[in-house]
Design a protein around this ligand. Structure first.
Ligand SMILES: *Cc1c(COP(=O)(O)O)cnc(C)c1O
Length: 380
């Protein structure tokens, strides 16, 4: 059996070991250290933001941001519905209530129409949210020119969940610059990885300073260990940050590779009853995952194709299962784009994520294409 083709495996470039070695040579085997400081600076420079805080995961970043906006028991937080649970689990950590907002068909990101409906409901019910979490899904920016004015009108801060979108941009500005606070993830499956890790970025210096304090067990300035507030152990290690620095140097190359892979799928699958994810003309995605939607009426479901690819030792997946369809979140309000079926439900029912790793070679991609062609070709 040929080597397994993963959905989005880590892609090491070579320099990672150099920075790890430096950490070993100087005995900085600790959370924090020179690689962490430099990685924060390099992310600021790349994204175009003033301040950054390297942390242990993207989820931890969302938690810190919610805490910064004062989210507590009984509060409300709006969040994109079609996303990974890491976007909204932190709302529950703070004993607050998520309110889920459907996708729009154009970008699959948060629908401005559904967002406005949710705000109208919240105003009437006296349940205005403390924050809105907007996700840049599968490496494509949300439509911020539509979304940000709505949040501003109601005076609610935006947390941009750019976990999947490092390097993507919208109207010339990088993802991660649209939230009042934004986060990235460097989990093993993301476009760059530190094995596990994340980054909070913002132009708000006071916000980053406060979150840095909480992420370091809220240690007051004192020789002895002095604490006045609850804290967390959320910082990134100096070893992981070394991996991140080398990965960041290769990010543009990784984006080019993933874009090429997406375009190859588009060309080679074009005669089959599938459509690729829409690319909004306002933005440049990082093409983190190549996602396709099977036409309605085709006799095969995404699960059939996933199983078929599995027989060739190829990993593929459905889309994220929308949060309002999850048992954990079923009791919370949900606002959909259309009055009929939610956009996210339909995408989940017919969608398929194909292997998209930047290290995938041509013969691997040809095997994936051939397997799908054999199944979906009109002659079969
Ligand atoms: C991966 C991901 C997260 C969580 O990041 P971790 O670093 O795994 O905690 C949050 N939101 C989205 C949209 C993600 O894809």
């Amino acid at each position: 059996m040929q080597e397994r083709i993963y959905l989005s495996p880590p892609h090491m470039s070579g320099n990672e070991m150099k920075y790890i070695q430096e950490a070993f040579d100087t005995n900085w085997i600790a959370p924090l250290g020179p690689n962490v400081d430099k990685f924060e600076e390099e992310i600021c420079e790349y994204v175009g933001v003033d301040h950054a805080l390297a942390i242990s995961s993207g989820t931890a970043g969302i938690h810190l941001a919610l805490k910064y906006y004062g989210v507590g028991p009984g509060d409300y937080v709006f969040c994109s519905d079609l996303t990974f649970a890491g976007s909204c689990n932190p709302i529950l950590y703070q004993y607050a209530n998520p309110v889920f907002i459907d996708s729009e068909p154009e970008t699959w990101n948060m629908s401005p129409v559904a967002l406005e409906k949710a705000f109208e409901w919240a105003l009437k019910e006296h349940k205005l949210p403390k924050a809105v979490i907007i996700v840049d899904l599968y490496g494509q920016s949300a439509d911020y020119d539509q979304l940000l004015p709505i949040c501003k009108k109601y005076g609610v801060p935006v947390i941009e969940d750019a976990a999947e979108a490092l390097g993507a941009s919208y109207k010339g500005k990088k993802c991660g610059t649209f939230g009042d606070i934004s986060i990235f993830s460097f989990n093993g499956n993301k476009i760059i990885t530190t094995s596990g890790g994340g980054m909070v970025v913002s132009n708000d210096e006071a916000a980053i300073k406060k979150m840095r304090f909480w992420a370091t067990q809220s240690r007051e300035i004192a020789k002895h260990y002095e604490h006045k507030e609850v804290g967390y152990n959320y910082r990134m290690s100096n070893i992981c940050a070394g991996i991140g620095r080398a990965q960041l140097q290769n990010l543009n190359k990784f984006i080019d590779n993933r874009k090429y892979i997406f375009e190859q799928y588009k060309i080679q699958l074009s005669t089959l009853p599938l459509v690729s994810m829409p690319i909004n003309a306002c933005g440049t995605p990082n093409f983190w995952l190549s996602v396709f939607i099977i036409d309605e009426g085709v006799k095969y479901t995404p699960e059939d194709i996933i199983e078929d690819l599995e027989t060739e030792n190829i990993e593929s997946r459905p889309l994220w299962k929308p949060m309002h369809m999850q048992e954990l979140f079923s009791e919370y309000p949900f606002f959909s784009h259309f009055d009929m079926e939610a956009v996210g439900d339909r995408l989940f029912r017919y969608g398929l994520c194909l292997p998209s790793g930047s290290s995938m070679n041509e013969s691997q991609q040809n095997l994936i294409v051939k397997t799908i062609q054999e199944m979906l070709s009109p002659l079969n």
